[in-house]
Design a protein around this ligand. Sequence first.
Ligand SMILES: [Zn+2]
Ligand SMILES: [Zn+2]
Length: 186
Amino acid sequence: MAEEQKVQIAPHFVRLDLRKVINHPGYTAFTEFETDIQLWEGGQWVHVHGEASGTNVDGRYVLVTGKVVGVVELECSRCLTVFKQEIEAPFEAQCDIRTFHLLAEGLPVDEGEEITAIFDSNSADLWELSRQAFVLQLPMRPLCREDCKGLCPYCGANLNETTCNCQPPADPRWAALEALMERFKS
Ligand SMILES: [Zn+2]
Ligand SMILES: [Zn+2]
């Protein structure tokens, strides 16, 4: 019962049309899409492509699932090098059939913004679903590579690219003791 939809490619506005799905239990709509998402206000734009499907489950609710893939620029948390990494982010959202009808009549819905950020009376916002999913998949401590050696804490050299002759500076307390020893010797 799946039917492929052709989606207009436009930044900011990629939606999964759910009109048939809402009214037909068991029906699934599928789409592939491509767009540019902004990770957060003022943040990086990422070109992504993805796929999504919406299924009417037992005439009770619509389940939207899918995934989005894109390449993001990250800064290594050890050596501060900017590098590119591919991120794949799955997403899932659901909305009661009853809620679609409330939205169609402009009535308030119990679930509030969590639902209305994604769904309107006849579609799901794939741009926002993709954005939320993508942000969740960003690494907390990005690494340009597993064994990144980081920066020398003394001269700042990138130890992946070069070596340096820095020694940890002598502890001043030991220096004082050494000076004292020298005095005793002489
Ligand atoms: Zn690094
Ligand atoms: Zn150094």
